[in-house]
Write a protein that binds this ligand. Structure first.
Ligand code: G4P
Length: 529
């Protein structure tokens, strides 16, 4: 198959949702359609149920054995689909943000009863800011939930989306009869008893046909006719360009658990979802069809087995072909590297591959050369943008609890930070190290991993910081900036890239500082134009 055909047949996306909305279930049903797995239960949930460290460790251990859950790939109707795993737990939101830099589109799963939840809001906002094309799947239609129109309103208001229903439910919960597929203009009926089977699709090209009354009963048929008329009147028609530019979002209804409405979603997805997209680097826009290979690291996964300390760096291929045993330039280190066993991912396994294409993810064995955001090329100096750090929510001093193991501790901290587990700040005043995280859970994870993987012990000490802000100034020599450095010295630190960071101890002090130093900009992310 030609290079261009290989690119055009790839769809790389992520499923985002608040925990429990049905992401794992939906993923599994998609894989079943692709014939990639034979039975339900094959996809491991990445859910941290009780918010306990033990859950996290268990998940990580399983992944260490089979990293397949990080990327699930399968073929459907000649299309190669790559699903990137995005943790729903809020403590791992940053992991998900970074993964979103590697997807070309997303599917947002919403629970019909719970509506728009907190994590959905945060993740959709990130996608909206980057104009990532989104399809919404409203799940659990077999349960009582919110009225479809109310929910569509809620999605528009809370998520700031412009929805276009491409399917519509006939009833809900106990009365759920099926789905009218606006996209394909047919009806899919839900079988009452064993609710697990997929019914035959019935073609109804004309909603006024009396056949509809026979199928779902007169009352439901009339309600559906009215509702579809309303949909027609209220919502814009589907426009592929608008969807691809992030200006409108198609919506599907269904029940993942019952495998209902999933095929419709998948068929539409492969039809409309974008093929691998061009990506901006600091230097220029890079197109997938360019013949020179380039890619970037969006995730690093540690092997939790202390006997095999290797890590796996996940590279998204942006352009050209990635080939085994070919020397590529590690841009940050300015060093050529060859990879003898790059992994490609399939539903339940990973395999060594000779060649991969734009849109694909390859896993490279790494002994510590890679950091999140690193770029590989055939020689050109390119630095991919868009893998920023966000201000952490929690801050603690980290102390060495075993003086004999100082070296191990620093090595461990260094590597865990490169993996993106948390962020390290070094105070200007006294050189003390501060760990910043998105959630409290990460502190336990770091402690556990330092001990089990590096043989080092640490303790933490509280530190009152509200936000870390990356400091930008046009004039480092100005009196204003010099005064800022002097007055705020106690609150200044460097991040791991040696960028200057202001650790504001409250919202109020941040606002005061902004007022007092109007020519200094305080950014909430590490990357800015
Ligand atoms: P997540 O990955 O988004 O966190 O959600 P997951 O798929 O694990 O689903 C969360 C719960 O919702 C699961 O039940 C799952 O069976 C259920 N679920 C998913 N889709 C549907 C649906 O269409 N209808 C109904 N009624 N339930 C659905 P659980 O009891 O929490 O998990 P389990 O113990 O059954 O695995």
């Amino acid at each position: 198959m030609s290079f261009l055909k290989e690119i055009n047949r790839r769809r790389t996306f992520g499923i985002i949702s608040h925990p429990d909305a049905g992401k794992t279930t939906l993923t599994e049903k998609l894989l079943l359609f692709g014939g990639a797995i034979q039975e339900a239960g094959a996809v491991k949930s990445n859910k941290i149920k009780k918010g306990a460290t033990s859950d996290f460790m268990e998940i990580e251990r399983q992944r260490g054995i089979s990293v397949a859950t990080s990327v699930l790939a399968f073929e459907y109707n000649g299309i190669k689909i790559n699903i990137l795993d995005t943790p729903g737990h809020k403590d791992f939101a940053e992991d998900t943000f970074r993964t979103l830099t590697a997807v070309d589109s997303v599917i947002v799963v919403i629970d019909v009863a719970k509506g728009v939840e907190e994590q959905t809001e945060k993740l959709v906002e990130v996608c909206r800011m980057r104009n990532i094309p989104m399809i919404v799947f409203i799940n659990k239609m077999d349960r009582e939930g919110k009225d479809a129109f109310d929910l569509l309103d809620e999605i528009e208001q809370k998520l700031g989306l412009k929805v276009v229903p491409l399917s519509f439910p006939i009833g809900m919960g106990y009365d759920f009869k099926g789905i009218y597929n606006i996209w394909e203009k047919n009806i899919n009926l839900f079988s009452g008893d064993n609710r697990k089977d997929i019914e035959e699709t019935i073609e109804i090209s004309d909603l006024s046909s009396p056949e509809l009354n026979k199928l779902v009963g007169e009352k439901a048929a009339n309600t559906l006719r009215e509702e579809i008329e309303l949909v027609d009147g209220i919502y814009p028609h589907f426009n592929k360009e608008d969807y691809l530019n992030g200006k409108q979002q198609p919506v599907f209804f269904g029940s993942a658990l019952n495998n209902f409405g999933v095929r419709e979603l998948l068929d539409c997805f492969v039809d409309i979802a974008p093929k691998p997209r061009s990506k901006n680097s600091e230097e220029r826009l890079v197109k997938p069809e360019e013949d020179q290979f380039s890619g970037f690291v969006f995730k690093i996964h540690a092997n939790m087995d202390p006997n095999h300390r290797n890590r796996l760096a996940f590279i998204k291929i942006v352009s050209g072909e990635f080939k085994r045993n070919t020397p590529y330039l590690h841009v940050r280190l300015n060093k050529k590297m060859k990879f003898s066993s790059p992994n490609a991912f399939f539903a339940e396994k990973k395999e060594i591959v000779d060649i991969s294409y734009p849109g694909d993810i390859v896993g490279l064995q790494d002994t510590g050369s890679f950091k999140i955001g690193d770029t590989l090329t055939e020689g050109e100096i390119l630095n991919y943008k868009g893998v920023p750090s966000f201000s952490p929510e929690h801050f603690r001093y980290i102390n060495n609890a075993d003086p004999m193991k100082a070296k191990q501790l620093y090595k461990g901290i260094d590597q865990l930070m490169d993996e993106g587990v948390a962020q390290l700040f070094t105070l200007d005043l006294n050189g003390r190290k501060v760990i910043g995280t998105v959630g409290a859970l990460q502190y336990e994870v770091i402690q556990y991993r330092l001990e089990h993987e590096y043989g080092a012990k640490c303790t933490y000490e509280n530190l009152n910081v509200h936000k870390a802000c990356w400091v930008e100034t046009n004039d480092k020599k100005s009196t204003e900036f010099k005064e800022f450095l002097r007055v705020k010295q106690r609150f200044l630190a460097k991040d791991k890239q040696n960028q200057l960071v202001f650790l504001a101890d409250s919202m109020f002090s941040l606002q005061m500082t902004q007022q007092k130093y109007p020519n200094i900009t305080f950014h909430m992310t590490s990357e800015f134009e």
